[in-house]
Design a protein around this ligand. Structure first.
Ligand SMILES: NC(=O)C1=CN([C@@H]2O[C@H](COP(=O)(O)OP(=O)(O)OC[C@H]3O[C@@H](n4cnc5c(N)ncnc54)[C@H](OP(=O)(O)O)[C@@H]3O)[C@@H](O)[C@H]2O)C=CC1
Ligand SMILES: CC(=O)N[C@@H](CCC(=O)OP(=O)(O)O)C(=O)O
Length: 345
């Protein structure tokens, strides 16, 4: 299996390098950049010194197609939509970390990403790569749309509830927080130290591009779901996402029943850990790992459910989930290269 990474100089790409380094089934991977060539990746990322001395190569679709079986696109939105159709025509599989292939309807992408969509006929080839929901389809996929970081935490946190419990759908509120690496490595005033440090800020209020992705996926659990209330905050930490989700069930439900329902849903999913009663996960408890940890409770006093779902945005929210999907496509142990425990403290 020959693997290529486009966008290797970004945070998602560098995490792919780190994970593939410890992946027992992948011995060969090549790194591509649109802005640098013949420069070692370890010059951009000294933590990769002696781990990868590979030089970055220029992107050339024909050459890459001869030398690669799978391409990871760790690029900003809009790039994969342009390059992927040619890779697919050349018989190369694509795992896209961007939002370019996540929607069934091109108009939705164009409305929320404010960019031209990939053609509808290529969108139709894409399988949404939330491994826990779509494992069977991923096995035979040629194009994976790796989910967004917030949708990963949110959907894993809400799906079992919406599928199994009658909930007042108008009451669902998703309050999400992210570390700054979610914004990528490129320089930006909004993510500079002085703007982030000792600060806590809401952003993209009511217009985050992950809103339609969450709606589209959660409608598979309950087709009556309407527009969701979802907002995002930037937290002065490097990695991690916490989605705190509130909603009101239509009838009383015990905390024990709720937990059993979640445990049943994720029984065969080694990367989702449902916490014991009264325990709520913190982002550091999944830091550097492919886990999504979920805590859930029902408040007898108010009749509301609270769900807390945490991931590492760069791992389960991006590079880790992308490798999990690669493993499923290869028909090998889904956790290959991903068994590293969280780094704590
Ligand atoms: N950061 C996160 O937590 C998550 C990110 N994502 C998505 O994954 C993708 C990568 O994110 P991230 O690694 O954080 O982003 P970064 O900004 O850190 O890196 C993106 C990389 O894309 C490359 N690139 C830029 N323009 C082009 C171009 N025109 N053609 C080819 N390559 C280009 C750049 O490398 P070079 O200049 O060397 O070509 C750059 O290093 C994005 O779509 C992001 O939204 C998804 C989930 C979580
Ligand atoms: C902290 C931060 O800025 N996070 C980014 C995550 C972007 C992302 O992953 O975008 P796509 O999934 O659409 O590719 C954001 O909120 O836009």
């Amino acid at each position: 299996m020959r693997v290529a990474i486009i966008g290797a100089t970004g945070y998602g790409g560098a995490e792919l390098v780190r994970i593939l380094h410890q992946h027992t089934a992948i011995s060969e991977y090549t790194l591509y950049s649109s802005s640098q060539a013949e420069v070692a990746i370890s010059d951009s990322y000294p933590h990769l010194t002696t781990i990868s001395n590979q030089k970055l190569q220029s992107i050339n679709i024909e050459e890459m197609s001869k030398n690669s079986d799978v391409v990871f696109m760790a690029t900003p939105s809009g790039i994969s939509g342009e390059l992927t159709p040619s890779f697919l025509e050349n018989g190369v599989k694509v795992i896209d970390l961007s939002g370019d292939f996540r929607f069934n309807d091109p108009d939705v992408y164009e409305t929320w990403y404010k960019k031209a969509s990939a053609p509808r006929e290529v969108l139709e080839k894409a399988v949404y790569g939330l491994t826990e929901l779509n494992r069977e389809q991923i096995k035979n996929a040629r194009l994976i749309a790796n989910p967004g970081c917030y949708p990963t935490a949110t959907v894993l946190g809400l799906f079992p509830l919406l599928k199994n419990v009658a909930v007042d759908l108008d009451t669902i509120i998703i309050d999400a927080k992210s570390g700054v690496s979610g914004a990528g490595r490129k320089a930006n005033i909004g993510t500079s130290y002085c703007e982030i440090n000792e600060n806590f800020r809401i952003y993209k209020v009511n217009e985050h591009q992950h809103i339609p992705e969450i709606e589209q996926t959660l409608k598979l659990a309950n087709s009556n779901l309407g527009p969701i209330k979802f907002n995002t905050h930037l937290v002065p930490m490097t990695r991690g996402i916490m989605a705190t989700i509130y909603c009101k069930p239509l009838c009383k439900i015990s905390e024990k029943t709720l937990r059993e329902l979640y445990q049943h849903q994720y029984d065969n999913d080694r990367f989702v850990r449902v916490r014991k009663m009264g325990e709520y996960p913190a982002t550091k408890e999944v830091y550097g790992s492919n886990y999504c940890d979920i805590g859930i409770t029902f408040d007898e006093r108010t009749g509301w459910i609270t769900i807390v779902s945490v991931i590492d945005n760069l791992i389960k929210g991006a590079a880790g989930q992308a490798v999990q999907n690669l493993n499923v496509m290869l028909g090998i142990d889904e956790g290959t290269g991903l068994y590293g425990p969280p780094v704590f403290p």
